[in-house]
Design a protein around this ligand. Sequence first.
Ligand code: SAM
Length: 248
Amino acid sequence: MIIFDILSVFPEMFQSPLGSSLIKKSIDKGLIEVNLHDIRDYTRDRHRTTDDTPYGGGGGMVMKIEPVAGALKAIVPAGDEALVILLSPQGETFKQKTAEELSHYSRIVMICGHYEGVDERIRKHLVDREISIGDYVLSGGELPAMIVVDAVSRLVPGFVGNSESVLYDSFSTGLLEGPHYTRPREYGSWEVPEVLLSGHQKKIDEWRRRESLRRTLQRRPDMLRQADLTEEDKRVLEELKAGDPELV
Ligand code: SAM
């Protein structure tokens, strides 16, 4: 089980994503636990202030350290183990590999920033890791935190019905996953590739690997440099490069 503790000034933003689909099921099954903490509950002033003007002037407001530090102290008392993450556009980019690493933790605390960002002392002294979900700036860390919860939870055994399917997901193998088809067999003149209907598992597996290589070559050739490729994969790639007009 993984316990996620999320610190936010807008905890209500999580209600719908946590209350639907596989995330809800995995909470109900006890595979993950998600605790939402309102940072305002750890303020000490009448107005429950979580932000203030920046020292040195300039626009925007900065998230204050005291409520965040107070929340962390209450949620993870001294001696308890937890990985503390700050969601930040300046952090390491979140990848499938990051999700795999995080899935080995039993407790993950995430701090959702807002406004112009957070007081630098939060980043420097209170967090273990900073994670960005991509090179763009969002208004708050809530959507990024939800993305981390989703991607990490999918890797908890029992989250998806067929845990084997997660092994072949894009990025898990170092390649993009190939195409999928389901009924009907024909939709107008659009047909399902014959091999998938053949019942010949070895041929189906070979086709899937080839299509996965083709798709990676077409869309993310950069991934092939890091991928764990067999001699047969390399031969297929050479064949694809030599003969496939789609790749030109
Ligand atoms: N002024 C900051 C900067 O330029 O780096 C951006 C602050 S942003 C408006 C407010 C908060 O949203 C951040 O503190 C962070 O928690 C969250 N956030 C925004 N974009 C993000 C991203 N790409 N990944 C993770 N968190 C992000």
